[in-house]
Structure formats: structure tokens, C-alpha cells
Design a protein around this ligand. Structure first.
Ligand SMILES: [Zn+2]
Length: 348
């Protein structure tokens, strides 16, 4: 019997491999001075409690270089189905040597941890966390979560990149959002080499009941913040992840966290505004245009058909622009998304 157990154990360990069991501490706040210089630290940060009276934990990676220098924050998956940024952060950290670094990089590879575990976009109460900042200390579930993020994480940063992707049923180019009138933000975005840049201050209101995005909240707190969308939801896309890693590694040079010369490419496809086009009717939608495609005013974008294959409606470009994102889900009711159209500052 004992031999059988031993054999089973050996087989299991040879299948699974040995993994080093390291206990990761759970902290209630991040006090940067308490982390040793020249090392990478892993901690769980507690942002409230779950239904078993355990902490709602988010993973935090801290690369602590020398104390001189600034703090860069990287946050991924505030929408729980937006995963490429998690892999980008993990790979960037795997390439870091904190002993050679100046300043501190704090990364949260999985900000909306409950939603990630449930393979959902929204927080547990179906709310979009990225519309709720600054949140409320004594508010409802998602308001308290936004408040905790705003209180315990964002004020630590000097610079910030919020990593997103498209949501379910859609796909995105690699595109950045930030205020291109601000010189620092403009260079930060350019170094990350997005296909398209949508320039705005990120203060768009989402209606009376809504609050700010994480980016707009960070900017209000004096943090130089941009948002970058890396492709598609609920997948790890190698191309997007590789481009994300190279871009952030370049940015670390420009911000002087690591040694080396940063390449600052010119801004490409800068849009002064962008918006989604929606279907008026319901049916099966076929989108004819591709990501990054430049479209002319009046160009056919999509066709909607009924279950018998008859054309219900056709949708045309209301103005010239570039395709930032598009629907990949053919099934639409009235108000289904068609494409995310960017209006270029200078027409090609
Ligand atoms: Zn998102």
C-alpha cells in the first residue's frame, strides 16, 4: 500500500513538476519604504472582504530599485475578461533586474480579481468598476472596491498605464488613449507604439450616476496616466503581449528606470475623437471592414440579415475614419455594436 502511495506521488510530481511553495504575505496597505531595495517582491493586497470573511486579494508585484527615482504603476484587468495585460506585466517583471533599477515599479496583474476568477467583465454586482471612481468609502460593493483601489494603490504612482482589451463579442487594435497635448503623456503613448491613438483627457462623463475612469481619477490625483488597449478579451494573444512587453521595456528606459536609450517613434493615426456605431434593428450582423482599416464617408461597413438571410439593414460610414474596434458576435438586438470608428486628426 505504502509503495503504491509513493509511486502515485512520484508519478504526480513528475507530471506536475516541482513548484517552489512560497507563502506570499497579505498586506492591508502598501508602504513602499518597507520593501527592500534591489529586489522584486510579491504580495497580496487586501481590498475589503469576501463572503467567507476572507480578504478580497489582488496580486501585487513590486520591483524596488534604488530609492531615488519615481514610481510607475501598471494595472491590468480592471475589467475581469481583459487578460493580455496580465501576461504583459508578468513578462516585463521576468525581464527586470531590480538591483540595476532606479525607482519602483508597482504592478497589479489582475485588479478585478473576483471578476477574473468568475470569467466576467464586471464586478460581482454587475457594475463596471472603470466608471466608478473615486468610489465611496461606505458605498455599495463596487463603490467600496473602487474607493479601496483609489485609496491604496493609485496615490503611490507618478506614472501609470492601465492595460485593457476589447470586451466580449468584440476585437480591438492595439490602441492608446491619453492626452496628446500633454508632452509626457504624448511620449509615453508613442513609445508603446499603438496602431491608433485616441487623444482626450479621459474626463468623459458616463451619465449622472457614473464616476470617473481609473485613468481620469489618476490624472486628477496628479498621476501621469494613459490607457492602452491590447487586443481581444479572454485570451492571451502572443503578438499583443510581445508588443506590450517591448513597449513597456522601452518606456522604462525613457522614464530612467533602467539604463539604455529609448526609441521615441512618431505618433501614428492620431484621432481627435472616436465613437461606436450601433445597429438600429436586430439580426445577424456581418462586418465587412477590418481592424486598422481606413474607411471613407459612405463606405459600406456592415450588413444585417434576418434568419432567412434577407438584408434587414446596411450600415455606412457616417464620416471618414479608421476602424479601432469591431463586433465579432453576429447576433444583435437593436443597439448592437458595429464598429468603433476613430476620426483621424489629419486625413491620410
Ligand atoms: Zn477594459
Amino acid at each position: 500500500m505504502k509503495i503504491r502511495i509513493l509511486l502515485g506521488f512520484l508519478i504526480m510530481t513528475s507530471i506536475c513538476g516541482w513548484s517552489q511553495v512560497v507563502s506570499v504575505p497579505t498586506l492591508d496597505s502598501l508602504v513602499l519604504s518597507s520593501f527592500e531595495e534591489g529586489k522584486i517582491h510579491k504580495v497580496w493586497l487586501s481590498l475589503g472582504d469576501d463572503g467567507f470573511a476572507n480578504p478580497i486579494q489582488v496580486p501585487v508585484l513590486i520591483a524596488k530599485g534604488s530609492n531615488e527615482g519615481k514610481v510607475l504603476g501598471l494595472t491590468a484587468a480592471i475589467h475581469g475578461n481583459e487578460l493580455n495585460g496580465i501576461a504583459i506585466i508578468q513578462k516585463v517583471f521576468a525581464s527586470l533586474d531590480a538591483a540595476q533599477m532606479k525607482g519602483t515599479i508597482i504592478a497589479i496583474p489582475g485588479l478585478n480579481s473576483l471578476a477574473i476568477a468568475n470569467q466576467r467583465r464586471e464586478f460581482v454586482d454587475q457594475q463596471d468598476l472603470n466608471r466608478l471612481f473615486p468610489g465611496k468609502e461606505n458605498g455599495n460593493r463596487s463603490q467600496q472596491m473602487a474607493f479601496q483601489i483609489g485609496k491604496k494603490i493609485i496615490p503611490l504612482f507618478d506614472y501609470h498605464i492601465d492595460l485593457h482589451t476589447a470586451s466580449f463579442g468584440r476585437e480591438n487594435t492595439l490602441y492608446g488613449r491619453g492626452d496628446m497635448q500633454d508632452e509626457t503623456l504624448s511620449i509615453m503613448i508613442r513609445i508603446l507604439e499603438p496602431d491608433i491613438i485616441v487623444s482626450n483627457k479621459g474626463e468623459a462623463s458616463f451619465g449622472e450616476a457614473s464616476g470617473l475612469t481609473l485613468r481620469a481619477f489618476a490624472m486628477k490625483k496628479g498621476v501621469k496616466s494613459i490607457t492602452v488597449e491590447y487586443g481581444n478579451p479572454q485570451v492571451f494573444q502572443k503578438e499583443m503581449i510581445d508588443r506590450g512587453v517591448v513597449g513597456i521595456q522601452n518606456l522604462l528606459k525613457w522614464l530612467d528606470f533602467v539604463k539604455g536609450e529609448a526609441k521615441i517613434p512618431p505618433a501614428k493615426n492620431v484621432c481627435s475623437r472616436s465613437y461606436w456605431l450601433f445597429t438600429k434593428k436586430g439580426g445577424y450582423l456581418e462586418v465587412h471592414v477590418s481592424l486598422n482599416q481606413v474607411v471613407k464617408k459612405g463606405e459600406l461597413l456592415a450588413t444585417l440579415r434576418n434568419p432567412f438571410g434577407e438584408v434587414v439593414e446596411e450600415y455606412f460610414a457616417p464620416e471618414s475614419g479608421i476602424v479601432i474596434g469591431k463586433s465579432t458576435n453576429p447576433v444583435n438586438i437593436s443597439g448592437g455594436r458595429i464598429i468603433h470608428l476613430g476620426v483621424l486628426e489629419s486625413r491620410p
